[in-house]
Design a binder for this molecule. Sequence first.
Ligand code: CP
Length: 349
Amino acid sequence: MSDWTHRHVLDLAAFSLADYATVLELAQRFRAMPTSGARKLPALQGRLVTTLFFEPSTRTRSSFELAARRLSADVVSFTPGSSSLSKGESLLDTVRTYVAMGAELLVVRHRATAVPQQLAEALDAAGEQVAVLNGGDGLHSHPSQGLLDLFTLARHFAPETPTPAALQGKRIVIVGDVLHSRVARSNLWALTACGAEVVLCGPPTLLPEAFAGFVAAPPPGQAADPVAQRGAVRVERSLDAALQGADAVMTLRLQQERMHQNLLSSLDGYHQRYGLSHARLARCGKPVPVLHPGPVNRGVEMTGALLDDPALSLVEEQVRNGIPLRMALLYLLVAGSAQSSLKPSSSSP
Ligand code: CP
């Protein structure tokens, strides 16, 4: 297990192969541990985690809060609508209020790109010791989702040893609204780092050709790519062609709330061309799993029958894996070392 060097988790572009290995190994350990009742882990006892979600969430917020509680942390949940933001308090002053109350980790979701990063920079400049974890910002990044997707795929391909090597040489199709998807962007960094080939599929309005070069250079502000060699990325317009030889298929939610222009002629037409069904999936030539970060538009990105098929759908497994994966991130950022004791305590609450 490598030394952990990240003070914040803002974007998977900054992750090395060793970072992915550390997170997956810890997540696998947490997944195997009993974490309820008297067997709750005491690792973050007395530490305060605050979730600040300025955009709606079901999975991410709840699983971060559950993950924190399973590590015995205290959790404060900020709700913008009933906060003093409505009285004119700034976002940074709001965040500093929670830091003054003792928060050691802030999970931040915001509809604007780079808000978690800007908060992290402002808090670092002020000398605060708090860590910031990006819970999803604009179209930019959703690192914990990218990591839980990676964990889910690694467990599918290598249930006993879900390491980054489990993805080496696998062909993963990502189909749908790539343009508006921070999940797709995080998955591109994670999957290619582990040596997977990624085939992106969608109409030109939702998948510009430039995405083929998305991981070719580090993002602005990052000096170098920490990964020496990444898997390839290609763009395919035909879903049937994209599915040939695929080892797994991830479909993305149509993010109509982020579409400011008419980018689709009809939802029905979209489903016909890019929706997943049992019949469509048969084009892979073998049974392959389907993933979706949720929330799902049933009958648009995939049929309800496929979503509910436990033999092929990993969607609920993604949700289950989100808790141990987020426990791993909280543990690394708050406890600061992957080497500390993780023994359950019968005396913990
Ligand atoms: N996948 C995801 O981010 O879901 P929520 O919006 O429900 O958190």
